[in-house]
Design a protein around this ligand. Structure first.
Ligand SMILES: *Cc1c(COP(=O)(O)O)cnc(C)c1O
Length: 385
């Protein structure tokens, strides 16, 4: 068994070759241009690395939640189109104009702010309009869209390149009536804009789930995050065979001791040894993004072993059938031998989404990148007009 296989006590491995393959698979299935969602540091995978990988295999554009994240990508030399989904402040609008970052215009107030900043810096701001078709987050209501589009045309300084909305139920159940309703509302809005001669170039509604299972929600482009990163796009179907897992979270055994019987383990002594037991301490805690919840398991020597006692900030303990050497490799998420712990499995154990699980892996856990293989044939980038 390999010991001390890494310079780090705990680390995350990110397979960029798998990201490239997933990008091409999703692109092919969706059949429309792809906007890769790399928000919150690409869900913790590293926004610049993921952005470069997906752009090299044909992603059309990138999307992020905050302007600060777009700045990071521009500073990394990434020149692809970027859409910011969320709120921007007045100084950020000025910078977005200078950096050619597209902003979300989600209200009449933002329209006024954008027009005012555009006049001040004497350059137009590029926007995608946001319509709330049933998510209750950002956007104008469907019946307000044509007024907003008209207002943008009247106020100079705003270039409307796109319009979008977001689905609330696409990953929950197939063919949910709410999804149907959101698609219908969005289609109706687009028809209205078309008639008024205000239909923007890019209309987009679908996320990962829609890219896979909802052709009617694809429109001109799909916005895909989790699927590119090898996570399950929906809760109601097994992991798609075309996707490759991207992330592995590993660690190395810090200590392995035979504790006497009736020996309390960790805060609160929630676990007490039944007799003499091999207990290993791992350098993985809730300060790394491991959750302080019951039922955790990890893989050691290709076997599932239970975490015992409360998870601490920086460490946790596992019960082993026998001694293992210090430095033995531990898998928290990923494959070891024939066993695998997937992010799907953790959804139930941690009562949350896969995006939350991986975004929650603290930055103190080093990211190690497995580069894209040489044999990869690169599909061409499509020109964004
Ligand atoms: C996060 C997000 C997405 C991507 O969703 P995935 O399920 O990760 O594909 C798409 N659109 C918007 C508006 C988002 O906030």
């Amino acid at each position: 068994m390999d010991t001390f296989s890494s310079p780090y006590p705990t680390w995350v491995e990110i397979d960029l070759d798998a990201v490239a393959q997933n990008t091409r698979a999703v692109h092919q299935i969706a059949g429309v241009p792809l906007m890769a969602v790399v928000k919150s540091n690409a869900y913790g995978f590293g926004a610049p690395q993921i952005a470069r990988t997906v752009l090299a295999v044909g992603a059309e554009a990138l999307a992020l939640a905050r302007f600060g994240e777009a700045r990071v990508l521009r500073e990394a030399g990434i020149t692809a189109p970027i859409l910011v989904f969320g709120m921007v402040t007045p100084p950020e609008v000025d910078e977005a104009i200078a950096q050619q970052v597209t902003l979300t215009l989600h209200s009449f107030e933002t329209a006024e702010l954008f027009a005012q900043r555009a006049h001040t810096v004497d350059k137009p701001v590029r926007v995608h309009l946001k319509v709330d078709t049933g998510f209750g987050r950002l956007g104008v209501l469907p019946e307000e869209v044509s007024d907003l589009a008209q207002a943008c045309r009247t106020m100079s300084g705003i270039t409307v390149d796109g319009i979008y909305s977001h689905l609330a139920m696409a990953d929950e159940t197939p063919d949910h009536p709410v999804t149907r309703q959101q698609i219908d509302r969005f289609t109706h809005v687009l028809d209205g804009l078309q008639t008024a001669g205000l239909r923007p170039r890019w209309a987009h509604l679908g996320n990962s789930a829609a890219a896979f299972g909802l052709p009617a929600a694809r429109f001109d482009m799909v916005r895909v995050g989790t699927a590119l990163l090898g996570m399950k796009p929906f809760y109601f179907q097994p992991f798609p065979a075309v996707l490759k897992r991207v992330i592995s979270w590993k660690a190395q055994v810090a200590s392995c001791r035979l504790l006497p019987g009736d020996w309390g383990v960790s805060y609160g002594h929630e676990y007490v040894t039944a007799g003499p037991e091999w207990i290993a301490t791992l350098p993985v805690g809730y300060g790394d993004g491991f959750r302080r919840l019951p039922g955790n398991q990890v893989l050691i020597e290709g076997q599932r072993v239970p975490v015992v006692g409360r998870v601490c900030n920086d460490m946790c303990m596992v019960r082993l059938p026998h001694a293992v050497p210090v430095g033995s490799q531990v898998v928290v998420i990923g494959k070891q031998g024939d066993e695998e712990i997937t992010t799907d499995e953790l959804i139930d154990r941690w009562h949350t989404s896969q995006a939350d699980i991986v975004s929650g892996i603290n930055l103190r856990v080093p990211r190690v990148y497995i580069p894209v293989g040489n044999g990869l044939d690169r599909s061409e980038n499509i020109e964004l007009t």
